[in-house]
Design a protein around this ligand. Structure first.
Ligand SMILES: N[C@@H](CCC(=O)N[C@@H](CS)C(=O)NCC(=O)O)C(=O)O
Length: 199
């Protein structure tokens, strides 16, 4: 399998963590994306121009990170990260959607901040920041229920927080969110998370 990747992408990081947890890393060849022109799209294999995409040995191409993670969960060994059925499945998928959406908002804000002068939108960037803060507040309310259980929802939350630290470290998300901060401090020591932190 070939994973089209970008070293600092939080979405690629989530896929790498899933692959590590399932012992699949040595079955995946990493292919770098093309950053020569951000307006062209960085991955021709994906009509959306984004990473990650996963090209299977049959030639079929999977995207986006949500689909790729579930695929790897299906073929990998060890405990499942996507519950197969029942209320737990919907709870974990909804957490995954919230954390991935927060990461999408953070990524769009970051892009807005590096656009050529005059092309950004402060009011839209403010709207994205509000989404991020609302997600952080919701995570703080939920954090005691996360435990140290690994599933695709808690992996996505850890990736969202890691990306927040990396791109918006000055915004101190830990302030006023002690339960989430304590949970994250523990969670990020897990080898699959520690070894993939953006640097
Ligand atoms: N919803 C997608 C988001 C993927 C995404 O936004 N990837 C960014 C990198 S972090 C990207 O490829 N951006 C390049 C572009 O939009 O041209 C997923 O979960 O995989």
């Amino acid at each position: 399998m070939k994973l089209c990747y970008s070293a600092l992408s939080p979405f690629v990081r989530k896929v790498r963590i899933t692959a590590i947890e399932h012992g699949l890393l040595d079955k995946i060849e990493i292919v770098d994306s093309d950053h020569s022109d951000m307006f062209k799209g960085i991955n021709a294999a994906n009509p959306l121009g984004k990473v990650p995409s996963l090209t299977l040995n049959t030639g079929e191409i999977l995207y986006d990170s949500i689909v790729i993670c579930e695929y790897l969960d299906n073929i990998g060994e060890g405990p499942k990260l996507f519950p197969s059925a029942g209320p737990e499945r919907w709870r974990v998928l909804t957490l995954h959607a919230m954390a991935n959406g927060m990461t999408d908002a953070a990524y769009q804000r970051r892009v807005d901040s590096i656009l050529p002068a005059g092309e950004g939108s402060p009011s839209w960037a403010g709207r994205l920041k509000l989404s991020m803060e609302n997600c952080l507040d919701e995570m703080e309310r939920q954090a005691e229920n996360y435990g140290q259980n690994l599933n695709i929802g808690t992996i996505a939350v850890a990736c969202a927080l890691g990306y927040h630290d990396f791109r918006f470290g000055n915004e101190q998300w830990r302030d006023g969110r002690p339960k989430l901060a304590r949970w994250y401090e523990q969670m990020v020591t897990r080898p699959s998370l520690a070894s993939t932190l953006p640097a």
